[in-house]
Design a protein around this ligand. Structure first.
Ligand code: GTR
Length: 395
């Protein structure tokens, strides 16, 4: 049974209280909470150059976060179309790096325990799935100081829609490496040597926090329409983007691409990646509490539809890759479908079945969904459709 989003007595008027209770669940059990420490965000313009063959202007920033423990800096790119008035802006939380870092070796013991304890035929199915994926290329590098031609950050699609395109590297906030957690921005908030509390934040929470710091900078920019800032992310970046938008209502729209397990996909009944495997492979992504729900999803006092719901009544587009079985398109769809309850409270339409097939979109309300043909990826096709979703829904 899925936990209920709109509990008896919840109304449009008191929704902020219910939303707060939902966020509290995710802080306690999944992403953890940021240690309470005052911080300050500053930006320095480090370069201006033409972009898209002169059709746009690229500004590069060094964004610095400071606490009493020190400072950490991240780069941000902002590509602005020619416009006389402030423009809506789409920020990408990039989990692709300029130069991909070597992956930390897996925790073999944790993986062996995972496989040994897996119920039913999960271990066998997973081995088959991974064998089928062997040899598939890793993430393409992304240079945010240049026009990107991979489609992962389709600046041309964004700018020709009349919006500005911004991006930053999540790894500059916190390295995506369990052996280097906590470091970077994370270390500004607590002593890296101190034991992590059960609800202590993980890398996804830190990346989400970094995104909100970028929003701090964007909303002060005179060429940005601060009432129309969208946040996009792919996969682990999609999970972090969704968590950021759930908490930060300055974000008008969130574009949640192939976020799978612990993102938009329901954990109950999920196939492919599950809580037990994601916490074994990426223990640094979550708070320590989350691990306890491995193979015990039915006991979770929450599920991912509640994370999506915390974005309501703002805009949210959830996507799947038709062949992305590890993320589980059906579980992503079920998450978005069940979250509709929250939008209905505001008189907006929820999504309705059947699930859009490969190449199809469902954009008739502020909670939207699409399925791209293919596997785990973020492509120009997704961006073209994200812009259409934003055009239709006022983002
Ligand atoms: C996978 C991970 C997924 C997803 C993906 C990605 O290895 O199991 O949860 O985040 O990486 O970020 O591309």
């Amino acid at each position: 049974m899925l936990p209920v989003i709109v509990t008896p007595g919840t109304t449009r008027e008191n929704w902020p209280l219910r939303r707060q209770a939902l966020l509290e669940l995710f802080q306690t059990y999944e992403f953890g909470r940021r240690p309470e420490l005052p911080f300050q965000v500053d930006a320095e313009l480090t370069g201006v150059s033409p972009a898209l063959d002169g059709a746009a202007r690229r500004e590069m920033y060094q964004v610095t976060v400071r606490t009493c423990r020190g400072a950490a800096s991240l780069e941000m790119a902002l590509v602005l179309p020619r416009s006389t008035s402030p423009v809506p802006t789409v920020l990408l939380l990039s989990n692709h790096d300029r130069v991909p870092a070597p992956a930390a070796p897996p925790d073999v013991q944790a993986l062996e325990t995972l496989m040994r304890n897996a119920p039913g035929d999960w271990a066998e199915q997973t081995k088959k799935l991974f064998a089928g994926m062997a040899g598939s290329p890793g993430p393409e590098p992304l240079d945010i100081s240049q026009d990107d031609h991979t489609g992962y950050w389709a600046v041309d699609e964004i700018v020709t829609s009349g919006r500005a395109a911004a991006a930053f590297y999540a790894s500059q906030a916190q390295a995506d490496d369990r052996t280097r957690f906590p470091s970077g921005l994370t270390a500004l908030f607590s002593d890296p040597a101190a034991p992590r509390p059960d609800d202590g934040w993980g890398a996804l929470g830190v990346w989400a926090f970094a995104a909100r710091c970028m929003v701090d900078v964007l909303e002060r920019h005179p060429s940005v329409d601060a009432s129309k800032i969208s946040l996009a992310g792919h996969s682990r970046g999609g999970k972090a983007a969704l968590w950021c938008a759930a908490q930060d209502d300055r974000i008008r729209a969130v574009l949640v691409n192939n976020s799978g397990c612990s993102g938009a996909a329901l954990s109950r009944g999920k196939k492919g990646e599950v809580v037990a495997s994601i916490t074994a492979m990426f223990p640094h992504w979550f708070c320590p509490n989350y691990r306890r729900f491995g193979w015990r999803e039915e006991e979770m006092p929450f599920d991912q539809h509640m994370l999506i719901a915390a974005v309501a009544p703002r805009l949210c587009c959830v996507t799947s890759g038709s062949l992305d079985q590890w993320s589980d398109p059906d579980a992503e769809w079920q998450g978005a479908l069940a979250a509709g309850e929250a939008w209905k409270l505001f008189g907006f339409p929820a999504l309705a079945g059947p699930r859009p097939g490969p190449g199809e979109t469902a954009y008739s309300g502020p909670i939207g969904y699409h399925t791209r043909r293919g596997g785990h990826d973020l492509t120009a096709w997704d961006w073209k459709n994200f812009m259409r979703f934003l055009d239709l829904q006022g983002g």
